[in-house]
Design a protein around this ligand. Structure first.
Ligand SMILES: Nc1ncnc2c1ncn2[C@@H]1O[C@H](COP(=O)(O)OP(=O)(O)OP(=O)(O)O)[C@@H](O)[C@H]1O
Ligand SMILES: [Mg+2]
Length: 517
């Protein structure tokens, strides 16, 4: 059996001259990482062995499963001859085993539904999701501000539709209070929302919203739960995929306290098809992503980007990825050659070989590995045969998935959507109220007149009694305030009564524009 030092995870074997067994330190695993390589070179398997090793070490893992082939992690493997030979070559006893797994799915088909609210997503990420320009984003900000002020909850897409309609219907008042909002711009955003619906985004928005602690579970035997997001359908809407994962990152960032460099990460997050995160992202968003990646590590979260070519990831982000696994790259076109040179330059050279040449010569399931040492410096790069996984290589069957879901620790918590009173219902109510406004006003005026008359009578009567009992008259009661409240006030109050925590939260927006709790 390979001997690995305490606090490290075994990832594979390099030639004796290049250091032999390659291990990754858990106390440096929050310094992020990169798994790169051309298609079919072994990225997903590397992700799988890392995820399983983290779980064994008691670290919960979140990973997107873009092709469905990571799902096999939930069942113990039945290694074939080749895998057994690979294991034997590195003196590894390959015992079939699998980590505790939970499946999630935005569409609720292959796992528990994952939901968030419009408020939590915030205008910045929503604008990105709908490809809004600056002017349109400005209007969306106004809609959010108006909803905050009016105490309207924005939970799902129909809440946002209703709030937009409200803004359009009350253009004049909104213009005065918040600045210019053109009906045409509102119309564009409304169409953007419809498009989102066709992508299935209405599944993402609503309640019960995901509680992040459910992604950070450890099972009874101390193993970290591996949360797998089924992303084979989601990836068909790349923008939704990227925005959702970005939202998740920013939520983790907002919610978790600072802990510096922990003994092991609190959560490890694998971001497959990571280039999608940065594709046509506006500069402001890129800067925020870079900031989140930089700051989240001291909250004990390690982010591992998985992508074909490291050149797909911006330099500022790449520079922060300390633990690197570079699988083979092909380099035929000038662009590919450039990418190869950049990838090679990011590795600490090993005098035993030329890095760029080595990257092209790697076999399947083989990678250049350089991880962070005790001091946080990159280890000398080693050509490493990655260990085979002890869980299933390839997809789990629908039956196996169902069995896993049947013992899920969050079973029943998310499976049924709830639709409580929010902006949509409040605004519909408001319109109904408007139709009766004249009658109501008349009735209220009548009541007020009656009450004033009673009040006068009462005061007279009091005075008379006081005189009779020859005691000083008490001070007259202040005239009763009109019982009528402004429509906005009524709504705000009724909402405050039922959902105080949500509303107080709504007042602070976090780094990526979502809510700060
Ligand atoms: N560490 C490993 N041990 C054993 N076999 C491996 C290992 N890595 C890769 N393989 C083999 O190579 C195949 C392809 O690997 P993998 O699916 O991880 O590639 P990939 O880089 O994720 O490809 P894609 O870009 O198409 O998703 C696996 O199905 C498996 O048979
Ligand atoms: Mg893959």
């Amino acid at each position: 059996m390979v001997d690995v030092p305490e606090g490290t995870m075994f990832v594979g074997m390099a030639p004796e001259t290049e250091g032999g067994p390659q291990v990754m330190r858990l106390d440096r695993a929050n310094r992020h990482g990169l798994v790169a390589g051309a298609t079919g070179t072994g990225k997903t398997v590397t992700l799988q062995i890392l995820a399983q090793a983290f779980s064994d070490a008691g670290v919960p893992v979140f990973a997107a499963d873009v092709k469905g082939d990571l799902s096999g992690i939930c069942v113990a493997g039945t290694p074939n001859e080749k895998m057994l030979a690979r294991a034997a070559g590195m003196n590894l006893a390959l015992r079939p085993d699998c980590p505790p797994t939970v499946f999630w799915d935005l569409y609720g088909e292959k796992g528990h539904p994952v939901r968030t609210t419009i408020s939590e997503m915030g205008p910045l990420l929503l604008s990105r999701l709908m490809e809004l320009n600056e002017v349109q984003e400005g209007v969306l900000n106004i809609v959010f501000k108006m909803a905050d002020d009016e105490g309207l909850l924005l939970l799902d897409l129909k809440d946002l539709q209703a709030a937009l309609k409200y803004v359009a219907d009350n253009e004049k008042e909104v213009d005065v209070k918040y600045g210019n909002v053109s009906a045409a711009t509102v119309g564009t955003i409304q169409r953007g929302l419809l498009q989102l619906e066709t992508q299935g985004a209405e599944n993402l928005f609503g309640e019960p919203a995901l509680n992040l602690s459910d992604l950070m579970r450890v099972d009874g035997s101390g193993r970290g739960v591996v949360s797998i997001l089924a992303a084979d359908r989601l990836i068909q809407s790349p923008r939704l995929y990227a925005t959702f994962l970005l939202w998740l990152l920013s939520e983790l960032f907002e919610e978790l306290p600072e802990i510096g460099d922990p003994e092991k990460p609190r959560l490890v997050f694998f971001f497959d098809e990571a280039h999608l995160l940065f594709r046509d992202a506006p500069r402001a968003l890129m800067e925020k992503v870079e900031q989140v990646v930089r700051l989240i590590r001291s909250k004990g979260v390690g982010i591992y980007f998985v992508t074909q070519n490291p050149a797909d990831i911006p330099e500022t982000v790449l520079a922060q990825l300390g633990n690197r696994f570079q699988h083979a790259l092909r380099a035929y076109t000038p662009a590919e050659q450039k990418g190869l040179r950049a990838a090679a330059a990011s590795f600490r050279p090993n005098p035993a070989f030329d890095t760029a040449e080595a990257i092209q010569g790697l076999g399947v399931g083989e990678a250049l590995v350089s991880v962070l040492d005790e001091k946080g410096a990159p280890t000398v790069t080693a050509r490493t045969l990655i260990r085979p996984p002890s869980s299933r290589l390839g997809p789990a069957s629908p039956e196996e998935r169902a069995a896993v879901q049947g013992r899920s620790p969050v079973k029943g918590l998310y499976d049924t959507a709830i639709d409580r009173e929010s902006a949509f219902e409040r605004i519909s109510q408001k319109t109904a109220d408007g139709q009766h406004k004249a009658e109501l006003d008349a009735a209220e005026a009548q009541v007020a007149r009656q009450r004033a008359a009673q009040e006068k009578e009462w005061a007279k009567e009091q005075a008379r009694r006081e005189r009779e009992m020859s005691r000083p008259a008490p001070r007259a009661r202040a005239p009763a305030r009109s019982s009528r409240q402004g429509m906005g006030e009524t709504i705000a109050k009724s909402v405050v009564r039922t959902v105080v925590p949500q509303l107080t939260r709504a007042l602070l927006r976090g780094l990526l524009g979502g809510l700060k709790r």
